[in-house]
Design a protein around this ligand. Structure first.
Ligand code: UDP
Length: 324
């Protein structure tokens, strides 16, 4: 049975991945410090409460168990915070990831799937962003992720650690079966915030800027369903299990939706009133970020099953209105 270590398996994307791996018959061990995740979101396998800064814990973990691969989701993700407190981002997203890779190296675990981000590209220089787009991140968050991608190339060359970097555009939605969803504290992402405004948990949704160079003036993003992201991780893992070389893929649907369009879809799906308050631009937001994911389609055979924004919002709404 394939044994996967999922680091950050109690967080938003990690917890969906743990469930996905469990359904596919894998043995799973989650390592999470619960700084942003929740113990009750880990629905499958073993759970270890621990931090990647703890090198002794990593050495003990890798010497006592044999892992076929590691999936790494544990990182800080707020762009604005990374500008104000870059040390926090380099320490966790870069240094702690190197601790993990060094423990893998000693234990001769040679397969690694890494949560990367569209933020490694910086300001878009084309309508859609493929893998070859220049990588010029404009904030410490994006830089911390790009530095790991660069380190991974060196770790492959020198130590034979094969990796797949998956650069998510806007991860969104919730478990189609309703067991899991987005639980960031504080929540900063558009879709959960819009749905909280619909359910009455918030008074309104702020629209950050209406003066962008887009058809309705609001920012355009490529929202990818969490279940489709999980499937991409699984397919990426299969390539490494079959001996493929290290790769990086951009993951999106190739469709952009504006903030205003997301709010309209949320009104249709929920049938609720959503109060909008126009607000200033948020620092560091490019007008349009849309993926060109042909490489993932071709090399991984990735076919998003929940590409419609309505479906994604429906699943997120079911999570927002669950019994608490
Ligand atoms: N956004 C917004 N109001 C909010 C949160 C986000 O208008 O309360 C906008 C944000 O400026 C961006 C888009 O929604 O243009 C998606 O933002 P999110 O934080 O969800 O993801 P990001 O694109 O930053 O990764």
């Amino acid at each position: 049975m394939t044994h996967i270590l999922v680091v950050g398996g109690a967080g938003y994307i990690g917890s969906h991945m743990v469930k996905h791996l469990g359904a596919l018959g894998c043995r799973v061990t989650t390592l999470d410090n619960l700084s942003g995740g929740f113990r009750d979101a880990v629905l499958h396998g073993a759970f270890i409460h621990g931090d990647l800064a703890d090198k002794a814990l990593l050495a003990q973990l890798f010497s006592s168990q044999r892992f076929d691969a590691v999936m790494h989701f544990a990182s800080h993700i707020q762009v604005g915070e990374s500008v104000l407190d870059p040390g926090k981002y380099y320490e966790n997203n870069l240094v702690n990831t190197l601790n993990l890779l060094n423990a893998m190296r000693v234990a001769r675990v040679h397969r690694f799937i890494f949560s990367s981000t569209a933020a490694i590209f910086g300001e878009p220089q084309s309508a859609t962003i493929g893998e070859a787009h220049p990588k010029q991140p404009i904030n410490p968050y994006g830089r911390s992720k790009l530095m790991v991608e660069q380190a991974l190339a060196d770790y492959d060359h020198a130590y034979g650690i094969k990796s797949v970097c998956l650069r998510y555009f806007n991860a969104a939605g919730a478990d189609p079966e309703g067991q899991l969803g987005e639980r960031h504290e504080p929540e900063t992402h558009l879709i959960p915030l819009v749905l909280q405004a619909a359910s009455g948990r918030r008074s309104h949704i702020s629209v950050f800027g209406r003066d962008y160079d887009t058809p309705d003036g609001t920012c355009i993003r490529d929202y990818v369903h969490i279940a489709d992201l999980c499937q991409a991780h699984w397919l990426a893992l299969q390539t490494l299990m079959q001996g493929a070389d290290s790769q990086a893929y951009n993951l999106g649907n190739g469709n952009g939706f504006s903030v205003q369009e997301v709010i309209e879809v949320a009104r249709q799906v929920t049938g609720c009133k959503i109060t909008v308050v126009d607000s200033p631009r948020r620092a560091g937001d490019p007008a349009r970020l849309v993926a060109h994911s042909a490489a993932a389609t071709q090399a991984l055979g990735w076919r998003p099953q929940h590409a419609a924004l309505e479906t994604l919002v429906e699943h997120a709404w079911r999570w927002e209105t669950r019994a608490r």
